[in-house]
Design a protein around this ligand. Structure first.
Ligand code: G3I
Length: 336
């Protein structure tokens, strides 16, 4: 968020904790991303990486919101029934408090990284266990998490509901229930549905739009739509991005770009980095053109730690900073 008075301090902190001539001339003379916008500017974070000095320095300088990359997922928090491991999540909360960052909680209801014991439950027990899970996690971070991705990736590409254990055993109503339980546990947190491939206008984003419209009509406490924005140079920039933000905004919902990155076939070259920069800039500018777009979060900020190469072999370099923590053309496209 734009805080002019913080600019001098941020520069001083940046200079004192991280001397990086390799970052390129001018890096520390520009204000950080968080100071050039009225939107929250975030990154997914793996707390274990905070031990890396340059990682911590860039994160602290550039961003004012953090999302735990894996540490608040059910599979991390309660791999074994009844045994909670809050260590990673607590570490991130401590870091956020020390550095005055807000937290985007990720994620409460998701078919992936779900402990196997949850998959095996009968329907009636699954419902009470899901309620318990949401209540426990949201209550524990009450007042500390600004916004929650309550339900993640509930749709297929054709706009039908994804056939998850929740859909199969609890039916369509599980989404509305999840939002109600989350609101009860922390009335002040903003509650989002979150998905990928809903940047442009397509069957999946339209299904999401219809669902949130209907939830609002029913009085279900949903505050926003999270648009992940995992883009790929191979697929091109999503068509109808700005129109899509406009229609969600017209529902009086907040919009957040929650997981932005732009992957490319490796090796990178100047042309690919230039196109990547254009994609990032259009994501950023489109968010700023939409009044209700309140957050721009990237899924990690350095190519050193991105999830992409593990899942898409041969692709990568999807972030704003390279593996040596040098700002890339995409960073300069946004921060110019
Ligand atoms: O923690 C274990 C470690 O103990 C083990 O040695 C290692 C061996 O592979 O695996 C580690 O777990 C991995 C975990 O990341 C932490 O590194 C999992 O295998 C791996 O599957 C997991 O990947 C995460 C992925 O979600 C899971 O689906 C990625 O880091 C994370 O970036 C990614 O994030 C998702 C968002 O939550 C939702 N939207 C899409 C996004 C990208 O896939």
């Amino acid at each position: 968020m734009l805080r002019r008075t913080a600019l001098a301090g941020a520069l001083l902190i940046g200079v004192s904790i991280w001397q990086a001539p390799s970052a390129g001339a001018g890096y520390l003379t520009r204000p950080p991303l968080k100071d050039i916008t009225h939107r929250y500017v975030g990154s997914a974070v793996t707390p274990a990486h905070l031990a890396e000095r340059d990682y911590r320095a860039v994160l602290t300088r550039e961003f004012d919101s953090v999302t735990p990359e894996n540490e608040m997922k059910w599979g991390t928090l309660e791999a074994t029934r009844g045994q909670y491991d809050w260590s990673g999540a607590d570490e991130l909360v401590r870091y956020a408090k020390q550095t005055r960052k807000t937290i985007r909680g990720h994620t409460l209801v998701w078919h992936s990284q779900l402990p196997s014991w949850v998959n095996d439950l009968p329907a009636d027990e699954l419902r009470s266990v899901l309620r318990q899970h949401i209540t426990t996690v949201v209550s524990r971070f009450r007042g500390k998490v600004r916004a929650w991705d309550v339900v993640n990736e509930a749709f297929n590409e054709d706009g039908t509901r994804r056939d998850t254990v929740f859909q199969q055993k609890l039916g369509d109503g599980y989404i509305a229930d999840a939002f109600r339980w989350a609101r009860q546990a922390d009335p002040s947190a903003k509650l989002y549905i979150n998905d990928y491939n809903i940047e442009g206008v397509n069957p999946k984003s339209t299904a999401t739009y219809e669902l949130v419209r209907s939830l609002r009509q029913q009085g279900v406490p949903i505050d926003g739509v999270g648009i992940q924005a995992h883009l790929s140079l191979e697929y091109g920039f999503p068509s109808g991005y700005r129109d899509n933000l406009k229609r969600f905004g017209a529902l009086r919902l907040d919009i957040a770009i929650t997981e932005a990155d732009v992957r490319m076939p490796l090796p990178a070259d100047t042309a690919k980095l230039t196109t990547q920069a254009q994609y990032f800039k259009e994501l950023w500018d489109g968010c700023h053109a939409a009044r209700r777009c309140v957050e721009f979060t990237t899924w990690g900020f350095t190519d050193r730690h991105s999830w992409v190469p593990d899942v898409f072999p041969g692709e990568g370099d999807a972030c704003l900073f390279d593996a040596n923590m040098r700002p890339k053309p995409a960073y300069w496209a946004i921060n110019s």
